[in-house]
Design a protein around this ligand. Structure first.
Ligand SMILES: *Cc1c(COP(=O)(O)O)cnc(C)c1O
Length: 389
């Protein structure tokens, strides 16, 4: 048995779940209380108030005990009817999964093709909307930060093409790996349903899914006929109005959420976003020095929460990740879907700082050497130069 495996802290550098800070862990490990008792109202009020600030919205935010996938489903079943057309854009694996869910729910889902190396092409979305003269498209669904590729899309630009074509479709955005790491503005960008999850920028364990819901989405939900029970917004909103939930919420995760929200708001969202931008830029300095290839080809669209690196032809990214785990007790993200074995991903989001990044990049650089992958030394040095410059 390799002793290094058990000493020190594991480095969880996948792009979610992320490292959970001690303050959040300590908050979670309090006794569970009666979710219908008087003490619960304060907790509900605190988390809903803080979530509004993080989603940058005055609209309601709904909290489900679920994964992010559940929050995807909730967004669709609350607003749409059987056979409704939804327009999606293939940024990568997560966009493709959401598209698959829409199809399984009986929607007429259309996926604009992408090459998994670029963000959403809002011009292509505008063209599709312009052609849709009888307004069969009921929703446009995009992934803000495509976690499989590290490409971040311009949501305001998607809103702009919807407005330019005067199309009435709802705009739904998956922010599961961008919320609380990168700037996202539900209200200002005119988003109708924002989908979030607990285990990435919010620094919590997995287990909570979120929908921020515009008035227009709420109005659409009144006429929508897809079956919905567990995911019904109205049940949630009615109960939340009284300070409660319609069924047993994930009480201890809500304790953690209250703590995480107060950490984020104390730091200040602007500072949180700048911290992520800086650490992402340092990571890209390291990749450039290694002379490895970033998967995302659009330099303006590179994610601040993760970096996907494509290895040279013939190198096995999964074997590389296994070596890094075995030797340095660090988990890196794998290549998803068609990127399996070709790509590894460095998560640099959540409760994360300069020295954690340097440790992470040190593990990557030593792992490259140990795996016999062709690379140039000096990535960690380049990142340190950037961070101390
Ligand atoms: C992680 C992630 C998901 C899936 O979330 P689950 O909690 O695993 O269901 C969906 N979309 C994006 C962009 C993600 O990063």
């Amino acid at each position: 048995m390799n002793q290094r495996r058990n000493s020190g802290r594991h480095f969880l550098q996948i792009p979610g779940p992320t490292n959970v800070p001690d303050r959040v862990l300590n908050a979670i490990q309090q006794p569970t209380i009666d979710h219908r008792g008087p003490g619960f109202r304060d907790l509900t009020a605190d988390v809903l108030n803080g979530l509004g600030q993080v989603f940058q919205t005055r609209s309601k935010v709904v909290v489900f005990p679920s994964s992010g996938t559940g929050a995807w489903e909730a967004a669709l079943v609350n607003t749409l009817s059987a056979g409704d057309r939804v327009l999606m854009y293939e940024t990568g694996h997560f966009a493709q999964l959401w598209y698959g869910i829409a199809g399984r729910l009986g929607l007429d889902a259309q996926l604009l093709p992408g090459d998994w190396r670029h963000p959403v092409d809002s011009v292509a979305i505008g063209e599709a909307l312009a052609k849709d003269v009888d307004h069969r498209i009921k929703a446009v669904c995009v992934v803000h930060n495509e976690t499989s590729t590290g490409a971040m899309s311009d949501v305001a630009a998607v809103r702009a093409v919807i407005d330019e074509t005067r199309h009435p479709a709802l705009l739904m955005v998956d922010t599961i790996s961008s919320l609380a790491s990168m700037d996202f503005r539900h209200d200002e960008w005119g988003v109708d349903v924002t989908v979030g999850g607990s285990q990435k920028g919010l620094m919590l364990p997995p287990g909570l899914g979120f929908n921020a819901v515009s008035d227009k989405a709420l109005a659409a939900s009144l006429g929508a006929n897809l079956p919905r029970a567990y995911w019904n917004w109205q049940d949630m909103l009615d109960a939340n109005n009284n300070g409660f939930f319609p069924y047993t919420p994930a009480t201890n995760l809500l304790y953690g959420l209250r703590e995480a929200l107060s950490m984020l708001l104390d730091e200040g969202l602007e500072n949180v976003f700048e911290r992520h931008r800086r650490l992402a830029e340092a990571t890209r300095c390291a990749v450039a020095a290694w002379q490895l290839e970033l998967l995302c080809l659009d330099s303006a669209a590179r994610s601040h929460s993760l970096t996907a690196v494509q290895l040279p032809e013939g190198a096995d990214a999964d074997a590389f990740r296994a070596t890094v785990l075995e030797r340095f007790n660090m988990s890196l993200g794998n290549g998803l879907g068609r990127l399996a074995g070709r790509v590894f991903r460095i998560g640099h989001l959540g409760d994360f700082n300069d020295l954690m990044l340097i440790g992470t990049l040190g593990g990557v650089e030593m792992g490259l050497a140990a795996s016999g992958i062709a690379y140039q030394r000096g990535g960690v040095t380049a990142a340190m130069d950037y961070l101390s410059g």
